[in-house]
Design a protein around this ligand. Structure first.
Ligand code: ZN
Length: 306
């Protein structure tokens, strides 16, 4: 986890603490301990600061009362009343938001999408996260759950998703999807270089090894990246039909190899859109703020922006 202090739009200080990875629910004790220590570091560095609101971004679905309702990637804190507990500890107002929403706020305010009011931010990692800026404002939805774009079902007969459904978009267009395709290819006798890197163990093949091999020009790895890019473009076209953004920002681990994934998406997307190529273009770009985007967005949120 990361804490930042902003002066205007610029990060002037940052702190990092390990994120507890336990999967046993402990009412958020381990997560709150680290968050409290991190926020303690941040606040101690600014003794003269006004009683500012604290903004916190977390992975998962957040209730309006500051409870982390569902968090498959932060299971130990699922159900914990994060905001009330931090408010009690620090005597300040604490606002929470989903981390992809925070990244969208940051990219739209001070990042690559700062000239755009209608932005779709997509984080591609183990799963797919989303943040939607519509008319210059974060789209939260009626209960705060908007933007769960990774769990739009695109093939009801598709692979099982941890959310309980089958064939969610993130099962086709994330790092997990690339890993699955790669293991299938390795079992079929392809992808020798990647399999080598995984020590010859098919089950140890991961998406990031494929992106690395593709970036180095491995033809078989490039075919798999192209397949994931097709599914990515397909899902983006569906979202464009609903949201009509002027810019799509791609971030997260799977997007770290720059144009490798973005180029095929740019090529494929226009032909998949309603209105086809006669429609005004939608810019597809890489996120600019990197791993700090979520923390910057949370800080902006704390400052009352959004
Ligand atoms: Zn799902």
């Amino acid at each position: 986890m990361l804490g930042v202090v902003l002066d205007g739009d610029v990060v002037i200080d940052a702190w990092e603490r390990p994120t507890p990875t336990g999967s046993i629910a402990d009412d958020g004790r381990a997560v709150l301990e680290q968050l409290t220590a991190l926020l303690g570091d941040v606040l101690a560095s600014r003794p003269g600061a006004e009683a500012a609101t604290i903004g916190v971004g977390l992975p998962g679905m957040l209730g309006a009362d500051g409870v982390l309702l569902a968090a498959p990637n932060l299971l130990s804190a699922q159900g914990a009343a994060i905001a009330p507990r931090l408010e009690e500890a620090f005597g300040r107002r604490v606002v929470l938001a989903n981390d992809a929403d925070c990244a969208a706020i940051a990219e739209a305010a001070v990042g690559v999408a700062r000239m755009h009011d209608d932005v779709l931010l997509v984080t591609l990692g183990t799963g797919i996260g989303g943040g939607i800026i519509a008319g210059g404002r974060l789209l939260r939805g009626g209960r705060g759950y908007a933007g769960e774009i990774g769990h739009v079902v695109i093939d009801p007969g598709g692979p099982q998703c941890p959310c309980g459904a089958r064939g969610c978009w993130e099962q086709f267009a994330s790092g997990t999807a690339l890993g699955r395709l790669a293991r299938d290819a390795a079992r079929a006798g392809r992808l020798a270089a990647v399999l080598d890197e995984a020590g010859g163990d098919v089950d140890a093949v991961r998406g990031e090894q494929v992106t690395r091999a593709a970036a180095a020009g491995d033809a078989e790895a490039l075919v798999l990246v192209e397949e994931v890019a097709w599914w990515l473009a397909r899902g983006l076209a569906n979202l464009v039909a609903v949201l009509d953004p002027t810019m799509i920002v791609l971030g997260g681990g799977l997007a770290t190899h720059g144009e490798l994934l973005v180029d095929p998406v740019r090529r494929l997307l226009p032909g998949m859109l309603e209105g086809g190529r006669s429609r005004p273009g939608i810019e597809v770009v890489l996120a600019e703020l990197g791993p700090r985007a979520g923390a910057v967005g949370a800080a902006l949120l704390g400052r009352g922006e959004q």
